[in-house]
Structure formats: C-alpha cells, structure tokens
Design a protein around this ligand. Structure first.
Ligand code: SAH
Ligand code: SF4
Ligand code: F3S
Length: 476
C-alpha cells in the first residue's frame, strides 16, 4: 500500500495490524475472486481472520443470482451493524465493504439502504480495492462499479507460494469472465459484463505457478468458460480445447476441469480434448435448464432439447466414461405441465451423475421478470420436488454403480476420523480412504467399497459395526 495511505491511517488502525474477514457467497468465481482480493489485501498489510468480531475490515463477496441470495446480504448487514456498534464502544473502528454481483447490480441502493456499508465494489474493479479503501479511511463512502476497460487480473497481485499451498492441492483459475448469452432469466450478463477472455500466456503462467506450489488439480472458471478464445504463439485463433491441451503439458498438473459450459459452445476441439487428454477429468457440468423447446426458446438458450441430446451423444462417443451434471430451472414464465414433463423426460434420457435445480426467481432488469404467465409458488414447489427426487435417484444410482470398481482419487486432506484421508473421485465425489492409501497431493487408485448419500467409502476405511459413522470429511 502507498505511503499516502499509511499517512492517513489513524494510530489505532495502522496498516500491518489490520484484520480482514471475508465471507463468500455464490459461485466458484466468487471463491477465486475472494482469494485474489485477499492476496491484494495481504500485500497491503492485512491479516485474514476467521472471526468477524475481530475484523477491522469486513468484506462480503455477494451473489445476485436469485432473490434469496441477494436478500441474505441485507440480513447479514444487519448483524454487522450491531457488531460495528459493539466494536465502536470498545474504541475500535470497522470498515464494511460489499463486493460481488449484488454490489454490481445494486451499487448506490446498498449505500442508501445500509448505512453500515462504507464501500461497494463491483467484480470488474477489484484491482482498485486498495485505493478505494484509502478513500474510506479519509471518511468517504465509496461506490466503484464501473466496467473497467483494463485487465484487472494484470493489476491484482499474485498469491505467494505459501498462500497457494495453504489453500490445498486443488485450485480455481479464472480464464474467462462475463457473458454475452443473455438468457432471459439471468443477471450474470449485467453483473459480470461482456465476455472477456484472459490471454493464453497469462493463464499458462498462473497454472505453472500453481503447479510449482504443489497444486495437482486446476479447475478453469468462466461464466461461459467454453466461450474462451485466444491466440496460439503463431497468432492463430484457438478455443478452450487448445487451452486444455496446453495446460495438460505442465508437469505436476495431474487433473484439469472447467466450469460452466454452455451447450452452444461445445466445439469439436473441446470434445476432442475429452477424447485425448487423460488429465481432463471425465466429468462435465453442462446445464440445459429445461427440456421443452418452447421454454428453451423463451429462455433464449438458443438450442433445442434434441440439439442437447445429440451433443451429449457426441461427447459420450468421444469419452464413454464421462459423467454429466446439469442445472435446471422449474417454473419459468409460461411453463405448463407438458413443458415440465419434457424436462423430466430429458433428465430420464440423459441420466445425470449430479445436478442443481432451482425454482425460477424473477430478477429485476431481466426480460423474464417482465414476461406474462408467471407460475405460482406452490406449482413451482411441486415441480421442483418431483425433479429433485428424480435427480437424487439418478445421483444415487450413479454412486452405487461405482461400488466394486477402482477409481483414481486425489488425496486432499486428513479425514474427520483418525487414520483416514479424504479426496475426490474423477466425478468430484468425496472419497473417504484409509491413511495408508496415500499422502495429500497423491493420485491413488482405490477400490470403492460403499456409497453413502454424499460420499464414497474406499476399501479399508469402513469402521467395524459403527452405525453412527459419519464420513463427512469434505464439504460438497
Ligand atoms: N453460466 C451458467 C450458469 C450461471 S448461474 C450457464 O450458462 O448455465 C447458475 C445457475 O443458476 C444457472 O445455470 C441456472 O440454473 C440458475 N439460475 C440463474 N438465474 C436464475 C433465476 N433467475 N432463477 C432461478 N435459477 C437461476
Ligand atoms: Fe446466465 Fe445464460 Fe450467461 Fe449462463 S449463459 S451466465 S445462464 S446468461
Ligand atoms: Fe452469483 Fe455472480 Fe456467481 S450472481 S452465481 S456470484 S456470477
């Protein structure tokens, strides 16, 4: 942080002794962004704390995707207001910052509605966080929500080797941000802005740094990750498939994943990467949202149910052991019983290893919110329950089909119980293993002995006759 900043810091809150508490909501990109903001703050002398009441700076990294997600922030701000008042009685100041997609969508409104907030900062301006906090130090209330033209990642400091290692053997890496698809239900094109891809060389450098620090698995992130585009060394245009081929060359990077993809952008090169790259995990999150062509059209998804099924067939032909996950929305405006049945049929036809499903939540400013034919809450609830029941059965069936097979598992951390370690299968399921299976960072081959609701148990990790055994070692 600059000298000017230090000169303006009151004596009780000198840079170097400040603590920051960061709370992250929403998708993996917010997790990645929180880490990058944490890195920037660490360079400015902040120390991370897990206890909000100890924090000189409370930073909420927020999500606007559904109404509930956004409303959560205001109730959290109510709690923070009381905390700030308590700390003030003890002579301590507290700065409160709201980042993320609610910040971008509601900017000034947050400042007006929540007087406790000192700083509102949108996802495109995180590189300006230190300067914005200096202005807060000078007593300003700041709103930074421009869609910056410069590459924020080029201005955000990198994590140190030690910080990377402390985060574990898996890491996220944002390669693309924003979205030009404008699905009519979705706030993302407004909160994250237009699609922008990071250059190949920057991504390769960051991945190498992660691998050097001990990371074994990298998940490439983008709101529309398979729309990533760049240039190879010769200046020829390339897509995500070629990027994956380049990353698979990096020594130590055993596993690659990417999320979230749009069906329209699954091109031949990307499907070929699934066929040819051992490092690319046979697991693909490919949201379809609905199974009715009428609803898909109203959602502006730009493909039909048949297009999606054909695509799944092509992907499975290239990589027969691939497992699919999806996202679904029930109760989009105009969805009738027959439309919903079409979604159920599509789910039956595909067979998902896992899925997320939601009731449609009208978002202000999106075309869907102004459509006619809104579906009642009770109907949405019934449809969601039926869909989730089917998806749960498919997920369970998939997990059970793995029992008796050997899987490669990346060991991630010690288990909750002594003598155990926990890792992830190629399909992202937590796997509980005996410690003898391997050390953190190893990819080991284990036989699967049992499947529970949210995890798999490897041979040798089953405790004898212990009905209360809860092998929950990883948060899903
Ligand atoms: N980029 C991804 C999704 C981002 S949002 C894609 O193209 O699919 C994650 C999921 O939240 C979406 O896939 C969708 O299922 C859900 N979602 C988005 N907006 C929603 C809304 N208004 N109501 C309910 N669910 C929504
Ligand atoms: Fe939202 Fe659609 Fe873009 Fe996904 S593709 S982020 S659902 S607008
Ligand atoms: Fe939420 Fe923004 Fe991610 S709205 S899902 S945090 S892109």
């Amino acid at each position: 942080m600059s000298d000017t900043r230090q000169a303006t810091v009151p004596p009780t809150r000198q840079a170097g002794s400040r603590k920051v508490f960061i709370k992250t909501y929403g998708c993996q990109m917010n997790v990645y962004d929180s880490q990058r903001m944490g890195d920037a703050l660490a360079k400015g002398g902040y120390v991370a704390t897990e206890a909000m009441e100890e924090a000189d700076l409370v930073l909420l990294n927020t999500c606007h995707i559904r109404e509930k997600a956004a409303e959560k922030i205001y109730s959290e701000l109510g709690r923070i207001r009381r905390l700030k008042a308590d700390r003030a009685l003890a002579g301590k100041g507290t700065q409160v910052a709201v980042a993320g997609c609610v910040a971008q969508a509601e900017g000034e409104e947050i400042i007006a509605r929540a007087p406790v907030v000192d700083l509102v900062i949108g996802p495109q301006t995180y590189h300006r966080l230190p300067q914005a906090l200096s202005r807060v130090d000078r007593g300003e209330r700041v709103v930074e929500t421009d869609h910056a033209v410069e590459d924020k990642f080029a201005h955000l400091p990198e994590a140190s080797r030690r910080e990377i290692r402390a985060r574990g053997v898996t890491a996220f890496l944002t390669v693309q941000e924003g979205c030009d698809k404008f699905c009519t239900f979705c706030v993302v094109p407004y909160t994250r802005g237009a699609e922008a891809s990071r250059p190949l060389a920057r991504i390769v450098d960051e991945a190498k740094q992660l691998a050097d620090a001990g990371v074994r698995e990298v998940t490439l992130l983008g709101q529309n990750v398979n729309a990533w585009h760049g240039e190879d060394a010769a200046g020829r245009p390339i897509g995500l498939g070629a990027l994956l081929f380049a990353l698979a060359e990096i020594p130590g990077l055993d596993r690659l994943r990417y999320t979230t993809s749009h069906p329209r952008d699954m091109d031949d090169a990307l499907i070929a990467a699934h066929r040819d790259l051992d490092a690319l995990m046979p697991y693909l999150h490919l949201p379809v949202q609905a199974g009715s062509d009428r609803i898909l059209k109203a959602m502006n998804r730009r493909h039909t149910a048949a297009d999606y099924l054909r695509l799944v067939e092509r992907i499975r032909a290239a990589r027969p052991d691939i497992a699919l996950s999806g996202d679904f929305i029930v109760g989009f405006p105009g969805e009738d019983d027959a439309d919903f049945e079409a979604t159920m049929q599509l789910v039956e036809a595909v067979g998902y290893a896992s899925a997320f499903s939601f009731k449609y939540s009208p978002r202000p400013g999106t075309p869907g919110a102004d459509m006619t034919g809104h579906v009642g809450e009770a109907v949405k609830g019934e449809r969601l329950a039926r869909l989730q029941d089917l998806l749960r059965r498919q997920q369970q069936g998939f997990s059970e089909s793995l029992v008796g097979r050997r899987l490669d598992v990346l060991v991630e951390k010690p288990g909750r119980h002594a003598g155990q370690v926990v890792g992830r299968s190629p399909y992202l399921q937590p796997v509980v293993m005996p410690q003898s299976a391997g050390s953190v960072g190893d990819v080991v081959s284990v036989a699967i002995a049992a499947s529970l609701a949210n995890s798999l148990i490897a041979e040798g990790a089953m405790p004898a006759a212990s009905p209360a055994f809860q092998p929950a070692g990883l948060v899903a």
